[in-house]
Write a protein that binds this ligand. Structure first.
Ligand SMILES: Cc1cc2nc3c(=O)[nH]c(=O)nc-3n(C[C@H](O)[C@H](O)[C@H](O)COP(=O)(O)OP(=O)(O)OC[C@H]3O[C@@H](n4cnc5c(N)ncnc54)[C@H](O)[C@@H]3O)c2cc1C
Length: 427
């Protein structure tokens, strides 16, 4: 079967939904295809069995950089309950099983200031270096490994040894963090889904011919279009056959934007004691260099589970070992934080599987050293503007890796596609 349209959009995550909505709002015909059986991509809320009916976001959790995140305004205007997560969040910093003393906690704060004073200016100097290299002058501080783990492996999901310091600086997600009641994934599906219009689910782009008129070959037929917007992750992009191959500059940019990995693990409570922890408490331990470590948030807004995070190389190593090994690791981390008996109050962990899911192959992209410009390069339209790679990885607004960045980039991609249609000679 062959379908004709003005613009084909590949992928119905946030960027694809935003792009399709903008294309259709401009009066252009659009076919939106999605390989999986649902919309939302890396924004996914479910109510897992054994969680007492509570919802859990498998992927994105917060609307970061709230003051400049377009999705905050969209959620508020739609009457969603948008909650300032930071107002409710408490922090507990530990050294091993015990809480850091006030003097140790002050040492951590002082180190953060030193870190900003040393590393931030270096990020704006030439040449670009790896995040880990920028930390070298600070390595002797007992908090250096903790900040490196948090900034590179967890927030950016990156390998600190390969991670571009410039990219870290550009995408610093300063500002507030919001959640949407009922879950971010549910909000995306509820609010962005209807605006985007019809979606062909379980329709996978396998090959894209772009030498002449664009043809997207899928498992369910061919789509012919004047322009294409491809929003799959950088992990997946390399698996789609482009004919001709991607232009050299785009392939080089893609090579500079590997997928990072942040694995979320939710551990439900099976007793009412709640481990003596208040709601919304973030638990972090002082990191030891080279030793994998997780952080947790307990009972987010009263929901009966611990929400844990492991990122970067440790997350990839665990993904290779499998979900059962990752679950065991998470329970061992809880015991290391809260004592040997803590896991008696907890049930079987739910381990998210972004690394092994063929529709994602990781959590979000980071730029390797020297490749902070790769995001803009990969997102530059080619084939006379008719071919556009979009999504979180190519966001250049300082929100790369996030929902807000994916949305901004999807809208921009639609504008670019519409401009290319206008510029094309009439047939
Ligand atoms: C564990 C985790 C935690 C995160 N935490 C946050 C957070 O707190 N805040 C935040 O802002 N962001 C967070 N993110 C990142 C955020 O979820 C992503 O940046 C964003 O959802 C990416 O949207 P996208 O549209 O660019 O890509 P995607 O959501 O990946 O959309 C692309 C779509 O393409 C589909 N697809 C793949 N291959 C094909 C194909 N061949 N043909 C057709 N369709 C295809 C996929 O199924 C997917 O639906 C997190 C992500 C993860 C995984």
């Amino acid at each position: 079967m062959i379908t004709d349209c003005d613009v084909v959009v590949v992928g119905a995550g946030v960027a694809g939904l935003a792009a399709a909505a903008a294309v259709r709002a401009a009066g252009r015909s659009c076919v939106l295809i999605e390989a999986s059986g649902r919309i939302g991509g890396r924004a996914l809320t479910t109510t897992p069995p054994g969680f007492g009916g509570a919802w859990f976001d498998h992927g994105a959790t917060w609307l970061h950089a709230a003051e400049r995140n377009p999705l905050v305004g969209i959620a508020e205007a739609a009457g969603e309950t948008v909650i300032d997560s930071d107002k409710h969040r408490n922090w507990r910093l530990q050294i091993g099983e015990r809480a850091a003393t006030p003097a140790e906690a002050a040492g951590f704060e002082a180190f953060r200031e030193r870190f900003e004073a040393v590393v931030r200016p270096r990020a704006r100097a030439e040449p670009d270096i790896a995040f880990a290299e920028a930390m070298a002058p600070l390595r002797d501080d007992p908090w250096a490994a903790t900040v490196e783990l948090w900034e590179a492996a967890q927030i950016a999901a990156a390998d600190p040894v390969r991670f571009s310091l410039r990219d870290w600086d550009i995408n610093d997600l300063d500002g507030g963090n919001r959640i949407v009641e009922g879950g971010i994934g549910a909000f995306i599906a509820r609010r962005l889904g209807p605006a985007a219009g019809a979606v062909s689910l379980e329709t996978r782009a396998e090959r894209i011919d772009w030498a002449g008129p664009i043809r997207v070959e899928t498992n369910r037929g061919t789509i012919r279009a004047e322009a294409a917007i491809v929003t799959v992750s950088t992990g997946v992009l390399g698996r789609i056959a482009f004919a001709p191959a991607l232009p050299d500059a785009h392939q080089a940019a893609l090579d500079g934007l590997p997928m990072g990995l942040l694995t979320k693990i939710a551990i439900p409570a099976v007793s009412a004691d709640r481990l003596g922890l208040p709601d919304n408490i973030s638990l972090r331990r002082q990191a030891v260099r080279g030793v994998p470590m997780m952080s947790f948030m307990a009972w987010p807004f009263g929901r009966p589970y611990l929400q844990g995070f492991v990122g970067g190389p440790a997350a990839w190593a665990l993904a290779k070992e499998g979900a059962a090994a990752t679950a065991d690791f998470a329970l061992a981390q809880v015991r290391a934080l809260l004592g040997a008996d803590a896991t008696r109050s907890l049930g079987a962990p739910l381990v998210t599987g972004w690394a092994g899911d063929a529709n994602f192959l990781g959590s979000y992209a980071y730029a390797t050293v020297g490749n902070a410009g790769a995001r803009g390069a990969l997102g530059t339209p080619f084939a006379d503007g008719r071919m556009i790679i979009a999504g979180e990885a190519v966001c250049t607004d300082g929100l790369a890796g996030t929902l807000g960045g994916a949305w901004l980039n999807g809208v921009q991609a639609a504008r670019n596609a519409i401009a290319a249609l206008r510029a094309a000679p009439q047939g």
